[in-house]
Design a protein around this ligand. Structure first.
Ligand code: GUN
Length: 295
């Protein structure tokens, strides 16, 4: 049976390391790092993500700010909010939670964020710098996956890696990072998507599979070879007869896949908690730049 890549435990450890750094900063008379989040409308999943980010910030001694704006807000008004956060010296980094309502041009908003405060790493400058291997803010989910692989000392050099899903937030950046000349990295990466032929045959060649397509239980047991490492990025809400009215399903059919794996992430408690600490690491990086502290 596979070893669980325990994101919850690893994230707790990293959060404690970040909290210790914050204690040192405060002891030397500096202010706490600040992360701000802009939440437009009241999408349930986005609310949950932002609440979790706020809670994690509190736990690590960051200050945090959530700007809740109505779904009816105009693009110009949202751009003005972004400009105000860019100009606010107390805000080290901020995110605009996606997706945005349909009448707002998401890309225009992302490009309005000052790259040095873009702790999501979605601005083209950060995305481009990451692709060519320059220091950049790396999107939180891919960064969290890389940290998890590193903390569990998963061998990646020369391995066949299959990434399923080509989103700008996860699939493409993680495929890029895994192909870079570094550890974790040095993989031979295949990026699969909805038009891929022979998905099963390709997956069966993989030493490492990152499933990030957003289709619950897509990756079945017969698509995974013995000893593979599987990282499940999916968190789809499906209706359930419990208090919240839903439960979370990953992109991996866990019961079938786990018995074949050497390592696998659970859902929940795998990639999700790692994502939040990566965002905090990026915020600390943004803060340190502002204070002239080398990192
Ligand atoms: N929506 C889903 N994931 C993310 C994320 O990492 N950042 C932002 N801003 N929105 C998201």
């Amino acid at each position: 049976m596979a070893i669980l890549l325990d994101g919850k435990k690893t994230a707790t450890e990293i959060k404690a390391e970040i909290a210790a750094e914050v204690v040192q900063l405060l002891a030397s008379g500096k202010r706490a790092p600040q992360l701000a989040a802009v939440l437009v409308g009241n999408d349930g999943a986005s609310e949950t993500y932002v609440n979790n980010k706020e809670k994690a910030c509190r736990e690590a001694g960051f200050s945090s700010r959530v700007l809740r704006l109505p779904a009816t807000i105009g693009e110009a008004e949202l751009l003005a909010t972004v400009a105000a956060l860019n100009a606010d010296d107390l805000v080290d980094g901020f995110i605009v939670q996606l997706p945005l309502p349909g009448h707002i041009n998401e890309q225009k908003i992302i490009e309005a964020i000052a790259p040095e405060k873009d702790v999501d790493g979605f601005h083209p400058l950060n995305a481009g710098r990451m692709v060519i291997g320059l220091p950049a803010y790396v999107p939180a989910t891919p960064a969290g996956i890389m940290d998890l692989l590193e903390r569990y000392k998963i061998a990646t050099s020369g391995k066949n890696c299959v990434v399923i899903g080509r989103s700008n937030i996860v699939g493409r950046p993680v495929a890029n990072l895994l192909s870079q000349k570094s550890y974790p990295g040095d993989c031979t990466v295949t990026l699969c998507h909805s038009r891929t032929k022979n998905m099963k045959e390709i997956c069966l060649q993989a030493d490492l599979i990152v499933a990030a397509l957003g289709i619950p239980e897509f990756l079945k047991g017969d698509m995974v070879r013995e000893g593979a490492v599987v990282v499940d990025v999916g968190i789809t809400r499906v209706p359930a007869a419990n208090k919240s009215g839903f439960r979370l399903l990953g992109d991996v059919k866990f019961d079938e896949v786990a018995p074949k794996c050497s390592y696998i992430t659970p859902v929940p408690g795998g990639v999700g908690p790692m994502t939040i600490v990566s965002l905090m690491k990026n915020t600390l990086k943004a803060y340190s730049r502002q204070w002239g502290i080398k990192n």
